[in-house]
Design a protein around this ligand. Structure first.
Ligand SMILES: *Cc1c(COP(=O)(O)O)cnc(C)c1O
Length: 395
């Protein structure tokens, strides 16, 4: 029988790169009684949440909150700003970039993928020069939007969003810039306004430390302008009615009340720790994790140290080792969940999540499980990753 309640002794080590562990404070907040979503208390909560969420995205402009997964928020970004047949320039960094493209195709947009052929491109971030070159060639301005993933969760590679903005400006191109930071937000530094992003897409279950179920679109004035003439069909996802309702702290349809309690609590935790401190903590944990992988003598999926992800680390398993069989053994023996290899890297790597509520000992516990599991699987490790990670964390 499926046991949703975990009766194994000790805690489950959830180290997939999202959903991430939900702090006890947030779980308690979610358990409060559901209230009238048209009542006076709700409006007050709504206004506070809509103001705090702007701090998380670093924006002065509105942020839409949907009762949806991140995929819904991808759709919200596209249907509000684009029209059938519009050309969208996307960049293949990994599985999530690929899925966003597929969703755009299904909506009736024309998509074009930049990147490297084969699986090699899944080891690097966006090359902004390629975007600039393509936009310069588009003298008729047929490209209506450039879509990139900030933290590619399938590989552990980030992309330089400020550089993409610069490339669009250097090409003097009017395309909108849309960015997926579903797994980056509130773990990796993100600056919606400063980086000139038109729509930022995010979700609740990664850096924000909530259960799945909330999707976000952070907007720019240009995105709102575009939404007034965009012709893709939309009703539930339409920003106009949501923006109108949000002015007084409400939503046009029933919002996910209890998840909003959780969001309120999680943002209080993040803003009290301080965004800069949160980002520094993730950089430190990620550095320790990479030191472990290097000490094991294994390869990190990301090949460019400038864009290592602070959210997760992709570990390439030795030739002939099925990473999913290894993950299965680790899960059975140590009650530790690791991320699977997706798409082009299936079976070739596993992913260690160190996002959201993670701290030193949580990471060391996970690394310990990886190390013991890999030895039990018969993998020859060069040295102890746990000790190498400890050294980084003690420095
Ligand atoms: C998790 C994730 C998604 C998908 O979000 P869902 O909530 O599963 O719909 C999209 N993009 C990235 C980068 C992600 O990490």
């Amino acid at each position: 029988m499926l046991k949703l309640d975990n009766h194994a002794s000790g805690r489950h080590f959830l180290h997939i790169p999202g959903p991430s562990p939900v702090p006890a404070r947030v779980l308690r907040a979610i358990s409060f009684q559901t209230i009238d979503h048209r009542g006076p208390e709700f409006g007050e909560l709504g206004l506070k949440i809509l103001s705090d969420i702007q701090k998380i995205f670093k924006t002065k402009h509105p942020v839409i909150i949907y009762p949806s997964s991140g995929t819904g928020a991808w759709e919200g970004a596209l249907v509000n700003t684009l029209s059938p047949g519009d050309l969208v320039l996307m960049y293949e960094t990994g599985q999530f970039a690929t899925l966003w493209k597929k969703l755009a195709d299904r909506l009736g947009l024309k998509t074009e993928f930049l990147g490297m052929p084969g699986a090699e491109g899944w080891r690097y971030g966006v090359d902004a020069a390629k975007i600039e070159e393509r936009l310069k060639a588009d003298t008729q301005h047929q490209i209506k939007a450039v879509c990139v993933v900030h933290n590619e969760t399938s590989t552990g590679v980030t992309s330089n969003i400020a550089a993409v903005r610069k490339a669009i400006d250097a090409a003097k191109h009017p395309a909108l810039l849309m960015v997926d930071t579903i797994s980056g937000l509130a773990s990796a530094d993100f600056r919606h306004d400063e980086w000139g992003v038109d729509v930022t897409v995010s979700g609740s279950q990664k850096g924000l430390m909530l259960p799945p179920g909330l999707g976000f679109n952070a907007l720019s004035p240009r995105a709102i302008e575009a939404s007034k003439t965009a012709k893709l069909p939309k009703a539930f996802w339409a920003w106009d009615e949501i923006l109108e309702s949000n002015k007084t702290g409400y939503w046009p349809s029933t919002p996910a009340t209890n998840l909003l309690y959780g969001l309120h609590e999680a943002m209080d935790m993040i803003l009290t720790e301080g965004l800069d401190q949160v980002f520094a903590r993730h950089q430190r944990l990620a550095k320790a994790c990479r030191a472990a992988v290097q000490a094991w003598g294994l390869e990190i999926q990301c090949q460019d140290p400038a864009v290592y992800s602070p959210v997760l680390t992709g570990v390439v398993t030795p030739e002939g080792v099925d990473a999913d069989q290894l993950r299965k053994l680790i899960h059975e023996r140590y009650n530790l969940s690791l991320g699977t290899g997706l798409g082009k890297v299936k079976g070739r790597m596993y992913r260690i999540g160190h996002l959201g509520e993670c701290n030193e000992l949580a990471l060391l516990g996970a690394l310990s499980g990886c190390e013991m599991g890999m030895k039990a699987f018969g993998i020859q490790l060069k040295g102890s990753g746990v000790l190498a990670a400890q050294e980084v964390l003690q420095a």
